[in-house]
Design a protein around this ligand. Structure first.
Ligand SMILES: NC(=O)c1ccc[n+]([C@@H]2O[C@H](COP(=O)([O-])OP(=O)(O)OC[C@H]3O[C@@H](n4cnc5c(N)ncnc54)[C@H](OP(=O)(O)O)[C@@H]3O)[C@@H](O)[C@H]2O)c1
Length: 315
């Protein structure tokens, strides 16, 4: 177990430290007194994301595809977290390259640098044998990392919170549209989890630093919803009437293919693929409960998103 002395000495390097999940992990760790290195290709963004008095925080530039910059970034760390994402393939940035090869390279660099703890962020449903190139790459990424060094694999369900790309979009569309388009018939089961709870759980795992070898944690929120139930729950919370209609997945795939040509793709083929499968935690894997975390419900997260939206509009 951690002591104050322990955490102030320890250096945790978070790849993807400016991302939706990564920056919350960085925040929790700084609050707990760890030395933290937030790694990304745009370290200049770090100053706008974290309190200016976070003196134990260092922003470092590295590209996970560039082994030399990766080796420099992990040097001296006791823990390394890989929270790098890729949702749309562009040029040499393929799912295989980022989620398998680069994840393996990062784990190897960590092992060579005597890192003690490696945490790989993956996702529920990752499957090395899947027909989906994305889901397969996530599954293979888990295997290569765990076979390179003892690792903790984190599989969150869809993460929600201010500036997410899921619940925030749903809220805006539900307010806007009289008829709400469902993915397929809206029966896919989801367990949305507050991103802050996932970051908290990861910080607890780092704090405990127990020698657990390779293990997998799945993190979900307190309730499972079908997609249609989720849409109705949000509409009820917003006090809005909606009429859901089913849209076949094939049509969504065509729309996503077109949307991916836009610079910040508002819809991706990965989202559509993931929506075809239930995304709920497995009963036989550890999760929030084992870390003594009571996850926030969707209503609290909706309130937080609405509040963040109001603040953004009124400055
Ligand atoms: N969001 C969800 O609902 C969800 C659900 C389940 C699992 N996950 C997984 O959780 C992890 C984090 O997802 P997220 O949504 O937080 O991602 P995100 O917001 O897109 O952030 C990704 C981070 O990775 C960095 N990055 C991207 N390419 C990089 C590269 N080549 N080298 C170094 N850094 C790079 C980005 O910074 P720069 O662009 O500045 O480099 C950014 O800090 C991913 O593995 C994702 O698949 C997410």
């Amino acid at each position: 177990m951690m002591s104050d002395n322990w955490s102030t000495k320890r250096l945790v390097t978070v790849f993807g430290g400016t991302g939706f999940l990564g920056r919350r992990i960085v925040c929790r760790l700084v609050e707990k007194g760890f030395n933290v290195r937030a790694v990304s290709r745009h370290p200049e963004r770090v100053s706008g994301l974290f309190p200016a008095d976070a003196r134990t925080l260092e922003a470092v530039r590295a590209d996970i595809l560039d082994p030399a910059s990766v080796a420099l970034a992990v040097a001296g760390s006791q823990t390394v977290v890989n929270a790098v994402s890729l949702y749309v393939e562009r040029g040499n940035r393929t799912f295989e390259r980022v989620h398998v090869k680069a994840a393996a390279d990062l784990a190897a660099a960590s092992r060579n640098s005597s890192v003690e703890q490696f945490i790989q962020i993956s996702g529920i449903g990752s499957d090395a044998k899947s027909e989906s190139r994305y889901i397969r790459a996530r599954g293979q990424g888990e295997h290569v990392v765990a076979s390179t060094m003892p690792s903790i694999i984190i599989r969150p369900s869809v993460m929600i919170g201010p500036d997410d790309s899921f619940l925030t979009v749903l809220i805006r569309l539900i307010r806007l549209l009289p008829v709400y388009p469902l993915f397929g018939n809206g029966e896919t089961r989801l367990q949305p989890v507050y991103v802050g709870d996932v970051a908290q759980a990861i910080s607890v795992l780092i704090d405990r630093n127990e020698p657990i070898g390779s293990s997998i944690f799945e993190f979900g929120g307190p309730q499972v919803y079908t997609y249609e139930e989720l849409v109705r729950e949000i509409a009820g919370q917003l006090g809005v009437q909606i009429r859901p209609i089913s849209i076949p997945f094939e049509i969504w795939s065509v729309l996503a293919t077109i949307a991916e040509f836009l610079p910040a793709a508002p819809l991706t083929r990965i989202q559509i693929e993931l929506m075809r499968h239930d995304n709920v935690t497995a009963r036989d894997l550890p999760g929030m409960k084992e870390l003594d975390i009571e996850p926030h419900g969707i209503r609290e997260v909706i309130r937080a998103i609405e509040q963040a939206d109001r603040q953004a509009r009124h400055g």
